[in-house]
Write a protein that binds this ligand. Structure first.
Ligand code: GLU
Length: 287
């Protein structure tokens, strides 16, 4: 399959990105991530991109995407916005077909309930699927989307016998081990890709050379590094930064009702001042 990806320019600074999902309003943790990515690009003469990850159709709403842009502006950030995920469905579908044809991925028709009833190993990410559907389904059995998910085949990846690494500005050289993720879902039953497949293809298509994101997503990079290898994509560097925690010591999350940036903005708070306080916290945490 022909895919065009931007080449890393010689002597150019890093291309970083902030890639929020518009299924809710941003909170302080998001502001922190966006500032890390923005400032790195600014400091090193690179470019900072905004990508709206709106693949999750029913949950993604344009008003959330609008609020994201206003929040970033309020924080005093400047960005270049690239194509949202909803415009890239064909790119994801082609990559999924390629992985399936090359037998690096297989169809799985199990329901959540069925998976819960299966014997499984517990991996770093929770439950690992034991491969019950492997070899059961032929691609042509499922012309209709929505009946099956597509999973990477751990055994097929291990048989490749390749040692893949990524460079992490914080963690150093990291070996991407497929056993960390097992037969992970790369196309969801209800969507044309999972976060893993979509974000990996997008980072390549957008020419991102330094992926910055929270340490909570460290384990995803094992998956993404393998997808890059299987799909012939360029490999960016990574920076998995510390997370901003709430007063309870837990990660700040939308679901926990931590104050949204929109609320703070509308209450008249100074966004640039808030961004500077977050920068000071970053220095304390050592990012
Ligand atoms: N849309 C993902 C999120 O909001 C992006 C994660 C990433 O930076 O790769 O968690």
């Amino acid at each position: 399959m022909e895919r065009e990806f931007k080449e890393r320019g010689l002597n150019a600074g890093p291309v970083t990105r902030f890639a929020p999902s518009p299924n809710g309003y941003l909170h302080l943790g998001h502001a922190y991530c966006a500032i890390v990515a923005h400032d790195l690009a600014a400091r090193e003469g690179g470019r900072f991109l905004l990508r709206i990850e709106d693949i999750d159709g029913p949950r993604s709403r344009p008003e959330f995407a609008d609020a994201i842009r206003r929040d970033l502006e309020w924080l005093g950030l400047e960005w270049h916005e690239v194509a949202p995920q909803s415009t890239r469905l064909e790119l994801y579908a082609q990559a999924a077909r390629e992985l399936e044809q090359e037998r690096f991925a297989y169809r799985c028709s199990c329901t959540r309930q069925e998976i819960a009833g299966l014997e499984h190993r517990i991996g770093s990410d929770g439950v690992e699927y034991p491969g019950s559907c492997k070899g059961l389904h032929r691609p042509e059995d499922f012309a209709d989307a929505g009946q099956t998910a597509l999973r990477l085949d751990l055994d097929a990846l291990l048989a490749e016998n390749r040692e893949l690494v990524w460079q992490d500005r914080k963690a150093g050289t990291v070996i991407a081990d497929p056993r960390e993720f097992g037969d992970v879902v790369i196309v969801r039953k209800d969507l044309p890709a999972s976060y893993h497949l979509a974000a990996t293809l997008d980072d390549a298509a957008d020419g991102v050379t330094l992926v910055t994101r929270g340490l909570d997503l460290f384990s995803s990079t094992h998956v993404h590094r393998w997808l890059q290898e299987l799909l012939g994509l360029p490999v960016p560097d990574y920076w998995h930064h510390s997370l901003l925690l709430g007063e309870d010591g837990e990660k700040l999350a939308k679901s926990k009702g931590s104050p949204t940036l929109k609320d703070r903005r509308l209450s008249g708070e100074d966004g640039r001042g808030l961004a500077d306080r977050l920068r000071a916290m970053q220095r304390e945490l050592g990012t």
